[in-house]
Write a protein that binds this ligand. Structure first.
Ligand SMILES: Cc1ncc(COP(=O)(O)O)c(C=O)c1O
Length: 471
């Protein structure tokens, strides 16, 4: 800060973030409604999620009254090591204080090499890394590299898949709701998750570059059946096509293994996409890990050195955050914790399936858990369920998510449009205390729903009215 700028800040002029937030933080919902996606505040007001959170740490945030909220969503999975982890935070302070000559673009900085080396140590069969800035960019990179390396145009993907929302990633999205109206997309083809015959049929056409797959689908929390990834890999390689594992959500410990594909021996994807939790929740980052020969083909000559690149890729803040996250993962044994706490939480929730007729399934691995609701057997509940289903599928799950926040101060999400599934993807550092709090709250909400409790179903009727009005 120069003497001039210091003077300006003291005068109440110049840029002062703390003052700006103090003066205008209260306008947050209005600003959003006016200048950003206006449907977000609208939706938040409608379901009463329009809170003002002031502070966050670990797996919790606090509102203006000092009430704590348990975060079972982790910012769609980016807060793997929790919010404001002190080690990540210090690394970011340090990297700023170091005033590095970052992003000159015509030198080689140490941090990208160090992060690549570290990431590859978790996937020893892979050799090289491309750093971008988000999950979708990690997928775009994999799609481009696969097409170039194989010289083939078509990519196969799974029905219901989610790989990001830029145009290439959208071309391998398995949901019409995301795709409709954005055509023309790339000439890619969906196959059902787990259907090896469908995969082989498409491969036989000889034009397939790759098959991109989430080892556990984020939408609905559906796991590839045992043996599927390994068999798919064999088929792909026999047909000279590549296996791309999209580990944007499942990677970095989420499922109790560092990468979800490692759950089964012998699965060695040719390209692996990573993002979300590598950021420490601070600095957007994407990484595409791949085999040496693929990178050598893409970057086949000096002329092609920038054939695939990103202005902000490998920036020092992102690299520092990534290195700090991986260090925390090891020092605090976060992957083992995700497995242990995930088993505990999933086990306790699964034990409720027989107790509540509306609760049909609890599935997933590690701290990626799907809770599925379905048609009840008793007459009274059946008519209420039918009322919701007639208006819109997914309303019951919404009816559970809302009191979990309103009454129990726990943030969760419905796992995709028109799905009666709640997905839990909390920070990977949660323990028994958080598992207990969630199970107790969920049990109370289920008791309300099954006791025919007035309030919950009244709210259901409100949701029905809104759904009908929205048609
Ligand atoms: C499996 C998967 N791939 C890709 C993406 C896209 O990541 P981003 O939102 O960082 O672009 C997501 C985001 O949720 C994801 O879950």
């Amino acid at each position: 800060m120069t003497a001039d700028t210091a003077g300006a800040a003291a005068d109440g002029k110049g840029f002062d973030l703390t003052r700006l937030l103090a003066e205008r933080g209260g306008e947050r919902y209005d600003l959003h409604a006016r200048h950003l996606n206006h449907q977000l505040p609208r939706m938040l007001h409608t379901i009463g999620f329009d809170k003002v959170y002031e502070r966050a740490e670990g797996a919790y945030f606090w509102d203006a009254d000092g009430q704590d909220y348990l975060d079972m969503l982790a910012g769609f999975g980016v807060m793997g090591v929790g919010r404001h982890h002190p080690v990540v935070r210090k690394a970011l302070h340090d990297v700023l204080d170091a005033s590095l000559a970052d992003l000159t673009r015509f030198d080689c900085q140490p941090l990208p090499g160090l992060l690549a080396e570290k990431l590859l140590s978790y996937a020893p069969h892979l050799d090289r890394v491309f750093f971008g800035n988000s999950g979708t960019e990690a997928v775009e990179t994999a799609l481009k590299f696969a097409r170039y390396a194989t010289g083939r145009p078509r990519v196969l993907y799974c029905s219901h898949a989610f790989h990001g929302l830029t145009t290439g990633s959208l071309s391998v999205n398995g949901e019409a709701g995301f795709r409709d109206g954005f055509a023309p997309l790339l000439p890619d083809t969906a196959v059902p998750l787990g259907d090896l015959a469908a995969l082989e049929r498409e491969l036989a056409r000889g034009d397939v570059a790759a098959f991109v797959v989430e080892p556990i689908q984020g939408k609905g929390v559906h796991e590839a059946p045992p043996g599927y990834l390994r068999a798919a890999q064999e088929l792909l390689h026999r047909h000279k096509a590549l296996l791309i594992a999209d580990e944007v959500q499942t990677g970095i410990g989420r499922t109790g293994d560092f990468f979800a594909y490692q759950h089964e021996a012998g699965v060695e994807p040719d390209l692996v996409c990573v993002a979300k939790a590598l950021s420490g929740g601070y600095v957007p980052v994407g990484a595409t890990l791949g085999k040496d020969w693929i990178f050598k083909k893409v970057y086949s000559s000096m002329d092609r050195v920038l054939v695939h690149s990103a202005s902000f890729g490998s920036n020092a803040q992102a690299m520092a955050a990534g290195l700090a996250v991986l260090s925390v993962m090891e020092d605090e044994q976060v992957v083992a914790n995700a497995r242990r706490t995930g088993d505990l939480l999933r086990g306790r929730l699964a034990a409720l399936v027989g107790k509540y007729e509306l609760l049909h399934d609890v599935r997933g691995r590690g701290l990626m858990i799907g809770i599925e609701f379905g048609k009840p057997s008793s007459l009274g509940l059946r008519s209420r369920w039918a009322m919701l289903q007639a208006a819109r599928k997914g309303l019951f799950a919404q009816m559970v998510v809302v009191p979990l926040l309103q009454k129990h101060r726990i943030l969760t999400q419905v796992s995709g449009d028109h799905l009666e599934v709640i997905k839990l993807i909390p920070p990977l550092i949660i323990g028994e205390r958080e598992a207990d709090r969630f199970v107790d709250a969920f049990t109370a909400v289920m008791d309300d729903a099954h006791g025919g409790g007035g309030l919950l179903w009244d709210f259901g009727r409100t949701l029905v009215k809104q759904a009908v009005a929205n048609r």
